[in-house]
Design a protein around this ligand. Structure first.
Ligand code: 3HC
Length: 687
């Protein structure tokens, strides 16, 4: 036997233990070990039943994603599965941690499944732009029915063991910490009862009723059309589950395979698989070793009880960390706390929290007006106005109040952390923690390292973000850090473009069709035209505001809004745009095709990404993609701007930027790094 798989025999039960850290993914070594162990168990007369269990933190976490796209080595997962399912001795999957994707599909080929209460099972392939391609779309409907299978497979969320038991996805629960003993006892019971082997593939009681029920699938499609927009996997999953209902098992499995391969070869899935690793890569910082000590953070102070400060506070309250919330007036504090309570009560009304959970969180807040209340905090996050003088004043005062080894963080989205840190006596303990609004919802936190921030403080910032359920992307100091800076050109060029002919509607439609939830002008109207405005010179937004058009809040901005906030084309806005174009001396040239609009707005984003890399603000291209996807809802299935650029072709992007530079000036000049990569046939994200 290999070191990956071992067999021990206890009283007639062969226990196959797989040990392949970190997550027992079903790569070639694991598949070989499974084949060898099952073949050996089949050959041993003293083995009457088999328990399949894993060492380490989890049962099999699925196929080995890093093997996708490479030639498949034998035995395939199918060969292993057939060996298990068609064997004559009962096999019991003993599940702890997470049995996901191919891991749960493997469990479905075992004759029984037992799990500890803390375990979760599921088919999350949809998140990789795939479908469960090892029989999952055919076997799960046979256990839970087609409707529930659609929800589970298209949703992709892992199901906790107790719920899985109710659904029939597992057969029984083991005691926590006693999985092995309970699984062996279960195997012995099966043997004693002498029941015939249960093969999920032979069941049809749950799917018979839905044969010919086309409406089940069309209604599911229609109900979720908005959520599925741009993604390929949901449609193929629907087709595969329909095949499970309509076709005999082997034909259904063949259909599943075709649909899987179609997805596997798609750019959308390649992008989502890339993103899976990109998100995990963000935690790895080349010059901050993985074993850098993490400083304990048991209490947090937040300065500013507004939307941002309140949202940030909720993240800590959610994980049981007490928060001292500071604002300058009692009224502002009361308002901030009311908003936090209201947010929690909305969650409770939707069943996501109990009333007791709400009270538990609220009890962790200590409101205060005096900064002195922060003397014992381990971490203080400042979330006040974006004015350097105010921030410096706060940091200088904090430095005198807060204990020596505490970390001081700013939530600034644009300003220099180094300048802020310079007013303290501890710049090594100062960093940026840049949350995205709404801070209790958006998953991105940019951890900004100042020139003097020490490694322990960076590592603590990264770990803390993970603890509160965020993904941390490390940035160096520079205006706008990563996401705001990279996406900035999209907005600027959109405002220039509408002077040349394309209307806000045309621009918004092109960006929406690319995959964003809304275009730049709908976004500006939503946020408010008067938020972040350059009032030192005449601007288009300034003209719109002067005409009373501040965005949705004044029922008029780039669009007119009815009482349901539905946008309508606004002749008044178009006239203001035309007038501003005349003032700027721009001659309108009429509409542009959507792909030209996309190139005009998004190639400069790629270019800015290249500059951010060149300057060392971001450590790697994939960090930029993660920041844009999580901070700006850049469509996941494109992989983010840098992955997308590689799929478009860097030479094509450089050629277009050079053309735009000739026409519109240096704002479009390709970055040095982009030109070098294009010239050498290189890429940002491949290899
Ligand atoms: N293949 C390859 N590597 C994997 C992997 C997989 N299926 N799952 C996790 N890893 C790697 C991660 O990249 C990470 O590597 P690193 O340490 O070098 O960064 C390491 O394992 C640990 O992963 P996490 O940091 O995510 O560990 P957590 O403890 O936070 O989470 C987990 C564990 C819940 C299992 C999570 O890793 C996860 O969700 N994994 C993916 C599960 C999945 O999508 N399975 C389906 C795969 S596709 C499939 O099975 C196709 C089939 O239908 C044919």
């Amino acid at each position: 036997m290999s070191s990956v798989g071992t067999i021990t025999i206890e009283d007639g039960v062969g226990i196959i233990t797989i040990d392949s850290p970190p997550v027992n993914a079903l790569g070639i070594h694991v598949r070989r070990a499974l084949r060898d162990c099952f073949t050996a168990c089949a050959a041993k007369d003293e083995v009457k039943a088999v328990v399949l269990i894993c060492n380490g933190r989890t049962f099999f976490a699925g196929a080995d994603i890093s093997e996708f796209g490479k030639p498949l080595e034998e035995p395939t997962l199918f060969e292993v599965m057939d060996l298990i399912e068609n064997g004559v001795k009962p096999v019991i999957a003993a599940i702890h941690g997470t049995a996901l994707g191919g891991g749960y599909e493997l469990a479905l080929t075992c004759h029984y499944r037992i799990a500890v209460p803390s375990a979760k099972v599921g088919l999350p392939e949809v998140q990789l732009g795939l479908l469960p391609g090892a029989g999952g779309t055919q076997r799960l409907p046979r256990i839970v029915g087609a409707a529930a299978a659609l929800d589970i497979i298209v949703g992709g969320a892992p199901i906790p063991a107790r719920k899985a038991l109710e659904l029939g996805m597992i057969d029984c629960l083991a005691d926590e910490g006693k999985l092995r003993e309970d699984a062996v006892a279960f195997a012995r019971r099966i043997l004693a009862e002498g029941k015939p082997l249960q093969r999920v593939r032979d069941r049809h009681d749950k799917i018979d009723a839905d044969k010919g029920n086309v409406a089940l699938f069309t209604e599911f499609r229609a109900k979720n059309a908005r959520a599925f927009r741009g993604f390929k996997a949901p449609e193929n999953i629907i087709k595969a589950v329909q095949a499970a209902v309509e076709l005999p098992f082997d034909e259904g499995r063949k259909r599943e395979r075709e649909l899987f391969e179609e997805l596997h070869d798609s750019i959308e899935s390649a992008a989502q698989r890339y993103y899976f690793f990109a998100e995990r890569q963000t935690a790895k910082i080349p010059d901050v070793p993985a074993d850098t000590p993490i400083l304990p953070i048991t209490s947090v102070g937040i300065i500013g009880a507004g939307t941002m400060g309140g949202g940030i506070a909720m993240n800590f309250l959610n994980v049981g960390v007490p928060v001292t919330l500071i604002d300058t007036t009692q009224e502002a504090l009361d308002r901030g706390i009311r908003v936090i309570r209201k947010n929690y009560e909305i969650s409770a009304s939707k069943g996501r929290l109990t009333a007791a959970d709400v009270e538990k969180r609220m009890a962790l807040i200590t409101p205060a007006i005096d900064l002195g209340a922060l003397s014992d905090a381990d971490l203080v996050i400042e979330a006040v106005f974006e004015r350097m003088e105010i921030k410096k004043d706060i940091f200088a005062r904090l430095d005198r109040i807060v204990k020596r080894d505490a970390i001081l963080a700013s939530n600034t989205s644009y300003l220099s952390i180094d300048e802020i840190a310079s007013v303290t006596s501890r710049p090594e303990n100062v960093l940026g923690l840049h949350f995205f609004s709404p801070a209790n919802v958006m998953r991105l936190v940019e951890v900004v390292r100042g020139a003097k921030t020490r490694n322990e403080v960076i590592a603590t910032g990264m770990a803390l973000a993970k603890k509160i359920g965020k993904v941390a992307v490390l940035s160096r100091v520079g205006p706008g850090f990563i996401a705001n800076r990279v996406l900035g050109p999209r907005k600027d060029h959109a405002e220039d473009l509408i002077l040349e002919g394309p209307t806000p509607t045309e621009v918004d439609q092109a960006i929406y069709d690319y995959g964003f939830a809304m275009g730049p002008f709908q976004m500006l109207d939503l946020v408010g035209l008067d938020v972040i405005l350059d009032d030192t010179q005449r601007t288009l937004r300034g003209d719109l505001i002067a005409a009373g058009r501040r965005g949705q809040k004044s029922t008029a901005g780039f669009y007119d809004y009815d009482e349901n906030r539905k946008p309508k084309v606004s002749q008044a806005a178009l006239d203001i745009i035309a007038e501003f174009a005349r003032f700027k001396g721009v001659t309108p040239k009429g509409s542009l095709p959507a792909d030209e609009i996309v190139a005009r707005l998004l190639y400069p984003v790629v270019n800015e990404g290249a500059k951010v890399l060149e300057e060392g603000i971001a450590s790697r291209a994939s960090d930029i993609d993660v920041a844009c996807i999580l901070g700006y809802n850049w469509p996941l299935y494109t992989g983010g701007p840098m992955f997308w650029a590689d799929t478009v072709g860097l030479q094509k992007i450089v050629a277009k930027l050079e053309e735009l530079e000739r026409e519109h000036g240096e704002a479009f000049r390709p970055a040095k790094l982009l030109k070098e990569k294009a010239a050498s046939g290189g890429s940002f994200t491949r290899g």
